[in-house]
Write a protein that binds this ligand. Structure first.
Ligand code: ADP
Ligand code: MG
Length: 312
């Protein structure tokens, strides 16, 4: 794949013409205006065995949970309210009924938490791997969904929660480390992320919050999407990245670099947003940098560059 993941998506984007008023490819969700002062948000994401998860590592409940969570997170990234999901599964031979029952329990537990029912889907056989595709519909007051393209020079760059826990949890899983203690907490963050749906909705209702997206590939990658879509640059001070106590402890114990995990690691499913200085931000957050008029992402407090995750 010579174009790379984002090159391919850009190429696909250039092939399509989207009607006026509709937001298509390029953000966490597509946005379709409705007549009643609302807009509809739509997002879809696929999880492929061997790429996004290893069947022997993740338990089926967590896999179901995470399949719903990563998709609801894209609705959260626009500030929307999730209203329903569609689940398509391609099942390899030999997957037991009890495996699928546990998968559905996890999927339902996460969806119920956000009162977001399963409304449909598709079921098929797979020659080899388990593949899961989830589509989520959401709503937002007209004009309120937050786009990647709205960052302005001078905006503060903010994140909710802590960064790097999920990437640390993945290392815990791959290195087959403890299942409890701080390592266990990171493992849980990796397997059972909680999308920041309520936080996204209150941010979208706040004037002064400009660009927003969820953090799926790591800020090193995700912030670049905001910069590209907004035609802006940024500086980020890695010393200000919010790190959990558990990540600090495990990194100290194992000799890992917490900053690399926080800036370059994916799957935190926190929110990344920009706001005018002085905005009364309604959710707990950390300021990590500033939007600049000149292009490029400049890291401060490090001589490394962090690019985040990409598929190819
Ligand atoms: P996210 O990580 O937020 O799910 P992605 O990086 O997967 O976002 O996708 C970025 C944008 O590209 C989204 O708007 C998505 O809908 C779009 N996109 C990705 N793959 C395709 C595809 N094969 N065809 C059309 N649009 C795509
Ligand atoms: Mg996203």
């Amino acid at each position: 794949m010579e174009k790379g993941e984002f090159g391919l998506i850009d190429w696909i984007r250039k092939q399509v013409k989207v009607p006026d008023g509709v937001l298509g490819i390029g953000d966490d969700c597509a946005v379709l205006p409705q007549h009643d002062g609302l807009e509809t948000l739509v997002t879809t994401d696929m999880l492929v065995e061997g790429v996004h998860f290893l069947l022997d590592d993740i338990d089926p409940y967590s896999l179901g949970w995470k399949s719903a969570a990563v998709n609801l997170s894209d609705i959260a990234g626009m500030g929307g309210k999730p209203v329903g999901t569609f689940l398509s599964i391609a099942l390899p031979k030999g997957l037991s009924d009890s495996y699928l029952e546990r998968f559905f329990e996890g999927y339902k537990a996460l969806s119920d938490r956000f009162s977001c029912p399963l409304l449909g889907g598709d079921t098929t056989a797979s020659p080899d791997r388990l593949c899961i595709n989830v589509t989520v519909l959401g709503t937002c007051a007209a004009g309120q969904s937050r786009k990647r393209s709205a960052a302005q020079p001078g905006d503060l760059i903010c994140v909710t929660g802590t960064l790097g826990d999920s990437a640390g949890g993945l290392k815990v899983v791959l290195d087959n480390l403890e299942k409890n203690g701080e390592e266990g907490v990171l493992r849980e963050r990796h397997y059972r992320p909680v999308p920041k749906v309520e936080e996204g909705m209150s941010l979208a209702a706040t004037p002064g919050i400009n660009a927003m997206m969820d953090i799926s590939d790591g800020i090193g990658s995700d912030l670049r999407h905001i910069l590209e879509e907004s035609g802006a640059g940024a500086r980020v001070d890695v010393r200000s990245l919010p790190l959990s106590a558990e990540l600090r402890t495990v990194c100290a114990r194992r000799g890992w670099d917490p900053v690399g995990l926080a800036a370059g690691g994916g799957e935190d499913y926190e929110l990344l947003f920009t706001c005018r200085p002085g905005t009364k931000v309604p959710v707990p957050h950390t300021v990590i940098g500033e939007i600049l008029a000149s292009p490029g992402l400049r890291w401060e407090g490090t001589d490394k560059d962090f690019t985040g995750f990409r598929h190819f």
